[in-house]
Design a protein around this ligand. Sequence first.
Ligand code: FE
Length: 350
Amino acid sequence: MSKTVKALLSCCVLASSVTTALAQEQVVNLYSARHYSTDEALYSNFTKATGIKINRVDADDAGIRARLKADGSASPADVILLVDAARLYKGEIDGLFQPIQSKVLNDAIPANLRSAPAADSGIAWFGLSTRARVIVYNKIKVQKEDVDTYEELGDPKNKGKLCIRSGSHPYNLSLFGAVTEHLGEQKAETWLKGVVDNLARAPKGGDTDQIKAVASGECDIAVTNSYYLARMMRSTKPEDTAVVNKVGVVFPNQQSWGTHMNIAGGAVARHAKNQANAVRFLEYLASAEAQNYFANGNNEWPTAKGVNVDNPALKAMTGNAPFKSETIPISAVGANVTKVQQMLDRVGFK
Ligand code: FE
C-alpha cells in the first residue's frame, strides 16, 4: 500500500471515529443565572453518574431571557436556571419553556413551589431552592414586636425608618405579589402607600446595602432575602461581623399567613435539542444529594420533600426552630406582578 493511501485511510478511520464519538456524546446545554462555586460539584457529579456532559452558559436572568428570545428555535439551550418566581413566571408566559412531564419531579417538589399545570398537564418550571424575604432591624432602636409582620412595614408607627431596594426589583415584585394574594388588591395598595410613606431614603442598592444601612444608622428597618444576611453571618470579615451584631432578624407573619418564600428554579427550554437529558438533569437537581449542594451553595433551603440542609447560618437565623412559610402557590405570585407594577406606579414606589 502506498504511503498516500495509508495516510488517507488513517485520516478517514480517524474522521469516522470522531463522528461516532460526537454522535454518542451526551450533552445538556445549561443556561444558568446561578454562579456559585458549589454548583461545580453538582455538575461534575451529574456527569460522573450519567456520562452526560454539561455545557454551561452563565448570564444573569435578563441576559438569559434576551438570548433565548434572540436565538428563537435556533437556541442551543436545554435547561434554564433562573432566580425568582416572577422571572420564572414571565419566562413561562413568554413561551420560553416547554411543559415537563416527570413523575420524579412531580413527586419530589411540592405543588405550591412549581408552575400551575399547563393545558397539556405538563409543568413549565420547578422550584429547586427557597429563600425567605425577612425583615432586619436595629436591635437597640426597634422592638421586634413592631416589625414582626409585613403589614407593619406600612404602619405609620414606622414612619421614616424603612430601607428597601427598588419596588420594581423582582424580589419585591414577588413579595408584593404575595401580599396582594393574601390581602386582596385594595388593601395591598393601601399598604404599599404606607410602605412608601415610611421610607427613610429613596430606594437604592441591593439587599446587602439595606442591611448595612440599618447597621450604620441610616435606617432602622430593612427588607432582605435571607441568604444575603446568611452570607454576612458566615463571613470572616470583621466589618461584616460588626454589621451582623447590630441587627435583629424576624421571619414575618408567624401568627398569620407565614413568611414569604421566593424560589430559584429550573425549566426545560422551549427549543431544547437534548430534551430527555434536560429532564434528567432537573430530576437530578431534585435528588437529596444535589438539593444539598444547590441549597447550601447560596445558603437557601431545599424544596424537595424530606431533604434538610445543615447550614450553620440558617440554623442561627431561625434559632434552629422551624418557622411558618406561606403556602400560597408561588405561580399566583407571578400572576399578580402586572397588577403590582400598576399599583407601584400609582403610589409612586420607584
Ligand atoms: Fe439575589
